[in-house]
Write a protein that binds this ligand. Structure first.
Ligand SMILES: Cc1cc2nc3c(=O)[nH]c(=O)nc-3n(C[C@H](O)[C@H](O)[C@H](O)COP(=O)(O)O)c2cc1C
Length: 163
């Protein structure tokens, strides 16, 4: 297999980005949720692309576990990753640089912060309240009634270009 894309998210944004990346790649591509990926696929893949969302200041837990447990294997592959989140670009790039293993970061052929979406129609009551509170505190309040997107097609295209 040429490329394995493993994503970890909750409400579909990271998965959508994974599918968009897959649609632009040549060769055999497998897209898999982090909870379902097969160890054989991982071993066989020439290139591994990992996608994760950020919740409450942390990478998706299963993705973080994968990056830790498969670190040595990933260092032997062509490797790239993307991150989805709603914080601003510079803050998120700093977060990425601080959160990822330095060797993996250096080894990555490409990495990107793509932005994200607040999909209030999918969130539970508690999550909606948290987002309304956080965005109000940050001086950029959202109503919680309409979905909000900061996804960047340009950054996605630039990421795919580097692969
Ligand atoms: C409860 C909650 C907490 C979040 N915390 C963060 C955060 O700390 N940093 C950030 O950049 N984005 C945060 N987000 C935004 C998500 O990363 C964004 O909605 C992303 O697109 C989710 O991807 P998914 O649909 O694949 O789960 C949060 C969203 C929710 C609902």
């Amino acid at each position: 297999m040429d490329s394995l894309i493993i994503y970890g998210g909750k409400y579909g944004t990271t998965e959508d980005c994974a599918q968009k990346v897959a649609a632009q790649l040549d060769g055999e591509v497998v897209v898999s949720a982090v909870k379902d990926f097969s160890a054989e696929d991982l071993a066989a893949a020439k290139r591994v692309i990992v996608g994760t969302s950020i919740y409450a200041g942390s990478l998706n837990k299963e993705v973080a576990d994968l990056l830790l447990s498969k670190r040595d294997l990933l260092l032997q592959k062509d490797f790239a990753f993307f991150v989805c989140g709603m914080r601003d670009y510079e803050e998120s790039m700093n977060f990425i640089r601080e959160s990822f293993d330095p060797e993996l970061l250096q080894h990555a052929q490409a990495y990107a912060f793509l932005g994200g979406q607040y999909q209030f129609d999918k969130m539970n009551f508690f999550e909606k309240q948290v987002i309304k509170m956080v965005t109000k505190k940050e001086g950029n309040p959202v109503s919680g009634k309409e979905n909000v997107s900061s996804l960047s097609e340009e950054r996605l295209a630039a990421f795919i270009n580097q692969l």
